[in-house]
Design a binder for this molecule. Structure first.
Ligand SMILES: [Zn+2]
Length: 314
């Protein structure tokens, strides 16, 4: 039905049926974008890959201006209408947002949850610069999500009703203080009990803590996840096995698309294709992951797509 409507729309508009054109692609929301990496890499560095030994492809774009341009071009190509964007350098995040105000939900990357950062954050929110919190990447510094130092951050996010992204999973960058053991999703339980209204989503669906993550999602309905880096950093078969487990568990309405492109904007396309090519996902499930679940989670008003579909049903 959707397809027929779409084809007739294309004919009406006199558009050529080029499968790569953005107008033909339904909208996507990318819940996991960055203005760069939390640590520096030389230009041209191949993309991350796991598990080693493995060979990453692509070349890092480290110049902030070039990275922004390339990212926006690829967002256009895939009709990515919005991105949840964070960066360690908050001024970069503000610049991206100023350049493309409709495209990004600007949010600060948090590594060290000290009092000074918290005070600065309150100022940023008061000035209207940020509309999300995180990625909270304190696991990179070995700090688990239930560490008392994060408590005022969660309280602030709950009070301001902000969407919050957290890195709580088994893998991360090779940084000296990163700890896998600080990424068990069960560690989120204290946080969710303390802050029942917190709108939290977990990077990479807590990979590879599948059972722990599913248990948490069953028990805490407010908890969502993204599938971002795992769409391209681990073997495709491992990603599909993992995603399939969440779909089989009935959690397809709480999984959101992300790219986590960092300094490899080409990986946005790889991430989109990983979902598009998943043989076990129906078209409706793909639309939920790409768009509908994020609209609900972000409390965005009903989209043009929904309106068009509703009209068809009338
Ligand atoms: Zn990230």
């Amino acid at each position: 039905m959707k397809k027929i409507y779409f084809i007739s729309f294309v004919i009406m508009m006199g558009l050529s049926p080029d499968p790569t054109s953005a107008q033909q692609r339904p909208p996507i929301i990318d819940m996991h974008m960055h203005t760069g990496l939390p640590h520096e890499v030389p230009p041209g560095t191949p993309a991350l890959c796991r598990p080693e030994p493995c060979n990453g492809d692509g070349q890092a774009t480290v110049d902030p201006e070039a990275l922004r341009q390339k990212t926006l071009e690829i967002m256009d190509r895939y009709n990515i209408v919005k991105g949840f964007l964070s960066g360690v350098d908050w001024s970069d995040v503000r610049t991206w947002k100023e350049e493309a105000p409709e495209r990004f939900i600007a949010s600060p990357f948090i590594v060290k949850p000290d009092k000074k950062t918290l005070a600065n954050l309150e100022t940023e929110y008061n000035m209207g610069h940020f509309h999300g919190l995180g990625e909270i990447g304190t696991q990179l510094a070995g700090i688990p999500p239930n560490d008392p130092s994060l408590e005022p951050y969660f309280k602030l996010a709950e009070d301001l009703d902000l969407p919050v992204l957290i890195h709580t999973l088994g893998i991360g960058p090779y940084m000296p203080h990163f700890r896998t053991s600080a990424g068990d999703p069960l560690l989120l339980e204290d946080v969710l009990i303390q802050h029942p209204k917190l709108r939290l989503f977990v990077e990479n669906a807590g990979f590879p803590y599948q059972e722990e993550m599913i248990a948490m999602m069953y028990q805490y309905p407010q908890l969502y996840v993204d599938v971002s880096t795992i769409t391209w950093v681990i073997p495709r078969s491992a990603f599909y096995d993992y995603l399939k487990a969440f779909m089989r568990a009935g959690l397809g309405k709480r999984v959101m698309f992300g790219s986590d492109q960092m300094v490899w904007p080409e990986k946005i396309g790889a991430a989109v294709e990983a979902i598009e090519q998943a043989p076990f996902l129906s078209e409706d499930q793909k639309r939920d992951i790409f768009y509908n679940n994020a609209v609900r989670f972000l409390k965005l008003e009903s989209s043009k797509e929904t309106t068009a579909m509703d009209k068809m049903k009338e």
